[in-house]
Design a protein around this ligand. Structure first.
Ligand code: ZN
Length: 138
């Protein structure tokens, strides 16, 4: 664990980021975390509590930021966990959003990663635009 302070004034936000042996995975996780938590903060500071608390959109913000910044999303960057033999009724409320987003993204993977220039990458971008209500500039 490494501690860094980015002085952007009050209020202060502390984020804990695991350091993996795989540097690319660490960077992907960092990009994802900042986008995810930044989405919550932007919703909070704009006074939109409904958006601030939308976990599904926050997970999308993280994954879409990975695609925008790094040009790819690795399977090991998806939120939630695949649990064999578990249907939707058995997913807890706290894990529901992560599990749902994982399932929504998993269908775009043909191997172990998806690149922005690929056909599936273009489909992911369309999905990011639809869910987050934004236009992708590349
Ligand atoms: Zn969240």
């Amino acid at each position: 664990m490494t501690k860094r302070w980015v002085g952007v004034g009050a209020p202060r936000v502390a984020l804990a980021v695991p350091l993996f042996d795989d540097r690319a995975r660490t960077v992907a996780n960092l990009v994802d975390l900042i986008a995810h938590e930044g989405f919550h903060m932007a919703g909070f500071f704009s006074g939109d509590g409904l958006t601030a608390g939308d976990e599904r959109k926050a997970y999308y913000a993280g994954l879409c930021a990975q695609l925008a910044v790094r040009g790819e999303i690795h399977m090991n960057s998806l939120p939630g966990a695949v649990i064999e033999g578990v249907d939707d009724s058995m997913v807890t409320a706290s894990s529901g959003a992560a599990y749902r987003v994982r399932r929504e993204f998993a269908k775009f993977f043909e191997d172990d990663k998806r690149i922005v220039q690929s056909e599936a990458g273009a489909a992911v971008i369309k999905r990011c635009e639809a869910v987050l209500g934004l236009t992708w500039n590349s």
